[in-house]
Write a protein that binds this ligand. Structure first.
Ligand code: RIB
Ligand code: CA
Length: 329
């Protein structure tokens, strides 16, 4: 099988970290480079965390490019990020930091990001690539890709497809109405959705089926490699943080490895067991639904063109077997 060429765009955080490890270890994937963005934590930390993961995986050769610190527009308005957030208890804020700490449980690294900014590198790399050669896999806010599309629309026909982690429809998102990656930068996601590029949206509805429990974490730890230990550590970290807040993950559901499912879907699309080819657009109003991903109704005369393959379910067993196999390779 020819390796699938991908560019990861990450806000490394705990599930991003496992997604990076899985991508660079998967023999069916060639990671051309990794772009970082502000999201779970500040971009200086998402970049440093990404470098630490690459060191842990022995893949310091993979280039990392630092991207946008802030979203396109959502923090400019008073109704933006701050207003959309439900009043968070001190406990909730502490839990978020526990799920996505500023620094991953890995030693500091001497690896550094390349000097080019992520957006400049994205544009140059896509323009120099063959048509439909590279798949973009964003698993954080999609600010970098939106900026690149606006800065040089010639990259749009170059992109093979976008397989992203984001969106929510039937699963209650943590931010009122919007899944976190979309909520951070709603305008950016809408730019992608209007670009005409084939988009597979691995939503919270699908990643709810990509939860791993302690037993599975222990099976992974028994593999005995550094990436496997990191994966087990991060699963335990997420479970502990969620249990502290009584979140569903802490109620025996398991740690939802959102971003890892998106990487799995690139090389094993059959892991996504229910996909709607539908219209999807982001509410950019200034109300409570700001950032909500609004799916088309399957009415016969729905006026909206179908611009998204929206994944609703995933095969939990197939997902775990794939991740375990990649870490054991
Ligand atoms: O909603 C899940 C997404 O938000 C994941 O990408 C996770 O890393 C967080 O960024
Ligand atoms: Ca992420």
């Amino acid at each position: 099988m020819e390796k699938r060429k991908i560019i990861l765009d990450v806000d490394t955080g705990s599930d991003d970290a496992i997604a990076i490890a899985a991508a660079v270890l998967c023999e069916d994937i060639e990671v051309v480079g990794i772009c970082t963005v502000g999201g779970n934590v500040e971009v200086k930390n998402t970049t440093d965390n990404t470098l630490r993961v690459l060191e842990c995986c022995g893949r310091g050769d993979i280039p990392v490019y630092r991207g946008a610190a802030l979203p396109l527009a959502s923090t400019l308005q008073p109704w933006g990020l701050q207003a959309a957030v439900l009043p968070r208890t001190e406990g909730k804020i502490a839990q978020e930091k526990a799920v996505h700490p500023d620094h991953l449980p890995l030693p500091p690294t001497q690896l550094t990001a390349r000097p080019q900014s992520a957006v400049v590198w994205l544009i140059n790399t896509l323009l120099e690539s063959e048509d439909k050669e590279i798949t973009l896999v964003p698993v954080g806010p999609v600010t970098n890709i939106a900026l690149a599309m606006r800065a040089d629309e010639r990259i749009i026909p170059k992109i093979k497809e976008i397989v992203l982690m984001g969106g929510s429809h039937d699963t209650y998102p943590p931010t009122q109405a919007s899944e976190f990656n979309v909520w951070c930068d709603p305008e950016a996601m809408e730019i992608l959705l209007q670009s005409g590029v084939k988009i597979t949206m691995v939503s919270l509805d699908a990643t709810g089926h990509a939860c791993l429990d302690r037993n599975q974490a222990d099976m992974i730890r028994a593999i005995g490699t550094s990436p496997a230990n990191l994966t087990a550590d991060l699963i335990y970290q997420r479970l502990k943080a969620s249990a502290a807040e009584g979140d569903r993950e802490g109620k025996g559901v398991g740690a939802a490895l959102h971003d890892v499912l998106a990487v799995c879907a690139v090389v094993h699309p059959q892991v996504l067991t229910e996909i709607d080819h539908t219209s999807c657009h982001v509410d950019l109003g200034h109300g409570y639904a700001y950032g909500e991903t609004v799916l088309g109704r399957n009415y016969k005369f729905s006026p909206m063109p179908k611009n998204c393959y929206y994944a609703k379910k995933a095969d939990s067993r197939m997902f775990f077997d794939w991740l375990y196999g990649v870490l054991k390779e």
